[in-house]
Design a protein around this ligand. Sequence first.
Ligand code: AMP
Length: 140
Amino acid sequence: MTYDPDNIFAKILRGELPCAKLYEDAETFVFLDIMPRADGHCLVIPKTPCRNILDASPAQMAAVMATTQKMARAVMAAFDAPGVTLQQFNEAAGGQEVFHLHVHVLPRHDGDRLRPPGQMADPEVLAGHAEKIRAALAQI
Ligand code: AMP
């Protein structure tokens, strides 16, 4: 399995597609999922190419997980959530649809249920959520 440089997240990284950006550092980039299964659902990706955890280097894994921890804290604070769920899928059989490594970070409340997949969010709502999360990040 090879990396396709024209996958959606590679295009977002190159600025060829828009996104609700939340955070970036030298190794990682974070933006809101366009079909959020919970308010604040975001995606953490490495800036360098890899399909998933199967071809990622230890350095890519470490960078993505460090940023995932940061984003878990930020989305919990932004949405006053007592919990957080991480999801991570590898290859089609594992549920992966976009073949650039990513970790889903979803703030969770007691007894809530994730929305069904595939429901596009209103861009204005996403922009408001992004602002809340960026503000929370600034406090961390
Ligand atoms: P998966 O590969 O199964 O982890 O799923 C890919 C995720 O990417 C899904 O949750 C989609 O909603 C999300 N997604 C697809 N296209 C975009 C996009 N242009 N911007 C933000 N998220 C996206």
